[in-house]
Design a protein around this ligand. Structure first.
Ligand SMILES: C[S@@+](CC[C@H](N)C(=O)[O-])C[C@H]1O[C@@H](n2cnc3c(N)ncnc32)[C@H](O)[C@@H]1O
Length: 95
């Protein structure tokens, strides 16, 4: 039953899609420069070593490109601390 429900869910929009949907340009005052290529963010997270079942604190997640990879790499929980409240809706899509 749970398996069937999972198949019926629409795919999670990409971080790039969310930036377009919510019209969120990167702002210089927050030193923003977003990593949107999942292959790049995956390699980045791999550098942190084994995070399976770990609690991870991420400062400045932006639209969540790296946040997604933290979960893909098995993080049990992620506490993402973001200063720019415009990005909160994009981050909520991931959780
Ligand atoms: C260079 S961007 C990187 C965004 C994301 N990690 C990525 O790789 O796509 C830095 C992020 O940190 C956030 N930020 C800047 N100052 C911050 C602060 N004092 N506390 C929390 N987040 C902050 C910005 O709003 C931005 O989302």
């Amino acid at each position: 039953m749970g398996y069937i429900q999972k198949l019926m869910l629409p795919p999670t929009p990409s971080a790039a899609d969310l930036l377009r949907t919510y019209k969120l340009p990167a702002l210089r005052r927050f030193a923003q420069n977003f990593l949107l290529d999942p292959r790049g963010t995956s390699k980045f997270v791999a550098c942190a070593g084994n995070i399976e079942n770990k609690f991870v604190i991420e400062v400045g997640p932006g639209p969540g490109g790296i946040t997604r990879q933290l979960f893909e790499h098995g993080a049990a929980q992620v506490a993402a601390i973001e200063k720019d409240i415009r990005l909160f809706p994009a981050l909520q899509v991931i959780t």
